[in-house]
Design a protein around this ligand. Structure first.
Ligand SMILES: CCCCCCCC/C=C\CCCCCCCC(=O)N[C@@H](CO[C@@H]1OC[C@@H](O)[C@H](O)[C@H]1O)[C@H](O)/C=C/CCCCCCCCCCCCC
Ligand SMILES: O=c1ccn([C@@H]2O[C@H](COP(=O)(O)OP(=O)(O)O)[C@@H](O)[C@H]2O)c(=O)[nH]1
Length: 396
């Protein structure tokens, strides 16, 4: 009689591995849904609110040009309800109209300590770091909040972030999300950041996998200085990942704040979003190739398609029925995830519009990945770079 173990073929092993992947990915849905519901939009940590002495924060704002929402986004920083902070505006180019705008705002809010730095300092290839260097050098406080130009905040955002900065934490970051803006392309961004992105970002952080986006992140200045200063990270385009790595390498942790990062850039389109997604893929593929190469497998359609074969092979389940169930359950889970990310007071999203935006995002993601994974030349604002394996880059 044949040994049953000997009759296990390659197809059985592949199908079993796929079953494992399937469970793992569905597990990320469960983690992100539960943790997102428990964590997001809660008030700032109560113990911090009781403190009489809070750490001062230097806000670093890298700026390149003006968009229709910039004024109102910047205004929210002048209205922050936090006792000790300064805003250090870093403008990349001399003659940028943003300088006039900043001067107007500084007149309007004379009690907020601010400075403007123009032209940056060339310490490496990362233009954002180069731009931030003079502001970083002038910063007075032990905490540094790097906050990109397109972000707006609530009055208690800084309290929430600083409240997460305990002794064992080196960086507090916000889950990227998007404000309500007009048009379908804005909904598409919202659907991405509220579904696939939120799922991976939250579950990675819950599982202790390093996943920090630098668009709104509060750093211990001591840790950055210990690592050699901000300039050390100017050799990478994805400075945020390597700064977070420096935190972890020093035995400290990253903490996700209760509030989401409210992206509210005034110029947006499907084309611009697609380029951004491919640019980010390029960064991940060169930085963490062995993880990033699995990304398409973590997406709904491809996972469903491959696993419908695996489940048919293992359990003789009908692949079409399996695929339909998988997609429907995924979409419902994504809709629930999306609702956990939506901010209080956000306009409700019509379920049909959500469905269209979701289908488009789920389809376009393979194209974005393919474009990102097959090209090393990267464009960011006015700069052109060539990425090297490991995450460093050269300017071209
Ligand atoms: C079979 C299972 C295998 C799991 C494989 C997981 C593969 C990963 C899948 C999805 C990735 C999700 C990525 C989440 C966020 C990434 C966003 C991003 O790419 N941001 C980069 C760019 O940010 C800008 O960079 C310039 C800076 O100046 C700007 O301010 C930034 O906004 C950023 O550089 C990258 C940051 C961190 C990337 C780490 C990704 C690790 C993902 C691991 C997820 C694993 C979850 C596994 C759960 C089982
Ligand atoms: O050449 C550059 C490119 C970007 N930035 C700043 O870096 C931040 C992030 O830029 P962007 O929104 O383009 O990055 P993304 O989030 O799309 O990766 C913004 O505040 C930009 O003003 C900069 O100072 N110089």
């Amino acid at each position: 009689m044949a040994d049953p173990l000997m009759s296990v073929g390659v197809a059985d092993v592949v199908a079993a591995l796929l079953l494992g992947c399937f469970c793992l990915i569905w597990f990320t849905h469960v983690i992100a849904l539960i943790y997102g519901k428990y964590k997001l939009h809660r008030p700032p940590p109560p113990a911090f609110l009781m403190k009489t002495e809070v750490p001062g924060v230097s806000i670093l704002k890298p700026l390149t040009g003006v968009d229709p929402n910039l004024r109102s986004n910047l205004e929210t920083f002048f209205k922050l309800d936090y006792p000790k902070f300064e805003i250090l505006f870093c403008v990349q180019d001399n003659g940028d109209p943003v300088i006039d705008l900043l001067q107007q705002l500084m007149k309007e809010f004379p009690s907020v300590p601010c400075q403007i730095f123009v032209g940056g300092e060339r310490v490496g290839i990362n233009p954002k770091i180069n731009n931030l260097m003079p502001g970083y050098g002038a910063s007075q406080f032990p905490l540094i909040w790097v906050c990109d130009s397109g972000i707006r905040v609530s009055r208690d955002t800084l309290t929430d972030m600083a409240g997460h900065m305990t002794d064992n934490i080196g960086v507090v970051h916000q889950l990227p999300y998007v404000c309500d803006r007009k048009g379908f392309s804005s909904l598409l961004e919202k659907v991405y950041f509220g579904t696939a992105h939120a799922r991976m970002y939250i579950s990675a952080n819950v599982l202790g996998i390093l996943c920090v986006t630098g668009m709104s992140s509060l750093w211990s200045k001591k840790v950055i200085d210990d690592a050699g200063g901000l300039e050390v990270f100017s050799q990478y385009l994805a400075e945020d990942y390597f700064m977070a790595k420096a935190v972890v390498d020093r035995g400290l942790k990253a903490s996700m704040s209760n509030q989401v990062a409210q992206q509210n850039c005034g110029t947006y389109s499907i084309r611009a979003f697609s380029s951004r997604m491919s640019r980010w893929t390029q960064l991940r593929v060169t930085m963490i190739p062995f993880l990033a190469m699995w990304e398409p497998m973590t997406e709904c359609f491809l996972l469903g398609l491959i696993c419908s074969w695996a489940f048919h092979h293992l359990f003789v389940w009908d692949p079409v029925t399996f695929f339909i169930f998988h997609i429907t359950a995924w979409m419902i889970s994504d809709y629930l995830q999306f609702r956990t990310c939506q901010m209080m007071g956000a306009a409700s999203v019509n379920k049909f519009e959500f469905l269209i935006a979701w289908l488009l995002r789920e389809t376009l993601t393979y194209w974005w990945f393919l474009r990102g994974a097959t090209s090393r030349s990267i464009k960011w604002k006015t700069g052109k770079f060539r990425l090297r394996c490991g995450g460093t880059a050269e300017e071209v």
